[in-house]
Design a protein around this ligand. Structure first.
Ligand SMILES: [Fe+2]
Length: 318
């Protein structure tokens, strides 16, 4: 997209109070072309001066870019830019194996009981398919076996591409040496829809205390455990308001998740109460949903290979 450079002496400015009657537009479909998160463009729109507020989105973007660049620290600017380049490099070279995964196909992805509960969209319908074995931890059948198999094959195919091209990828987080960020190789749009249409309806009703209805972005990745992969995972909290964790399979022993109660930042290392202790054994296709600050870890996967799909659901927009 073009840089905003209308008169270099004229600074891009915003109005001090938002224009409340203006309906801000959605920029999600421009994600690949935007310098910043699409939500930032939507949030800033109501602050645009009179001569910009009613222009087309494409005319507003360069002006909004300028504002965002002016206000972001140089380190963040660079990081954003580099990460965008990194994703573009992967996506222009990597050939997907299962194209069907890259757009949302609910009936191919989800089991019928889950789809029925989502379409009814009530607390009762969600509760009817879920167990809550410990307060704030929900488990339910979610993904079709075929979807799990295809996702495993896609990740394997991506890893084969990494080996062949010797491309250095970024791992999903600081704790995992293996695994891959699905958003980095083309699954960003599908997973955003996954979060908005199939996780947020549940969190709106069942995770109100962490703003479940306001989740607006995600970090989607897979983790891989086994004796030749990451073996276990230490005690931690996730960088997310709500975490969805689904086991994709296949054959493995061990790898149980252990939970030890929800804590705020200040009290993250305080003692565990007996009623907070809960251990969970993964079952292929089944999901576990919990708030990100529910302290947990994963025990060693002692044989075979365990791959899990993680969607960290977040709220970026203030
Ligand atoms: Fe975690």
């Amino acid at each position: 997209m073009e840089e905003y450079n209308e008169g270099s002496s004229e600074e891009a400015t915003l109005r001090p109070e938002p224009c409340l009657e203006h309906k801000a537009e959605n920029y999600d479909d421009l994600e690949e072309e935007l310098e910043f998160d699409p939500l930032l463009y939507t949030s800033l729109e109501r602050y645009l001066p009179d001569n910009f507020i009613n222009l087309s989105r494409l005319d507003k973007v360069p002006y909004l870019n300028q504002i965002l660049l002016d206000y972001s620290p140089p380190s963040q600017r660079n990081h954003r830019h580099k990460h965008r380049e990194y994703r573009q490099k992967i996506m222009s070279n990597y050939q997907p194996l299962h194209k069907v995964l890259y757009t949302m196909h609910p009936t191919n992805f989800f089991v019928p009981s889950f789809l029925k509960a989502i379409s009814e969209n009530t607390e009762q319908s969600f509760r009817s398919i879920m167990s809550e074995p410990s307060p704030g931890i929900l488990t339910f059948q979610m993904l079709q076996p075929r979807f799990c198999d295809m996702m495993l094959e896609e990740v394997e195919n991506f890893e084969k591409w990494i080996r062949e091209t010797k491309f250095r990828i970024m791992r999903p987080n600081t704790m995992n040496k293996y695994g891959a960020v699905l958003d980095d190789f083309g699954l960003q749009t599908m997973l955003q829809e996954f979060m908005e249409d199939f996780i947020r309806p549940i969190s709106t009703v069942l995770f109100t205390e962490v703003g479940g209805s306001t989740l607006d972005s995600h970090h989607g990745f897979v983790v891989e455990y086994g004796t030749d992969r990451d073996v276990d995972l230490g005690f931690h909290v996730d960088d997310a308001e709500v975490t969805l964790n689904v086991c994709l399979g296949k054959q493995f022993d061990g790898g149980e998740l252990f939970f030890r109660g929800v804590r705020c930042e200040k009290h993250v290392n305080t003692e565990t109460q007996p009623e907070e202790i809960f251990d969970y054994s993964h079952v292929g296709g089944n999901a576990i949903l919990h708030c990100g600050r529910h302290r947990h870890g994963a025990r060693a996967t002692t044989s075979g290979r365990r791959t899990n799909l993680l969607i960290w659901c977040r709220r970026v927009q203030a």
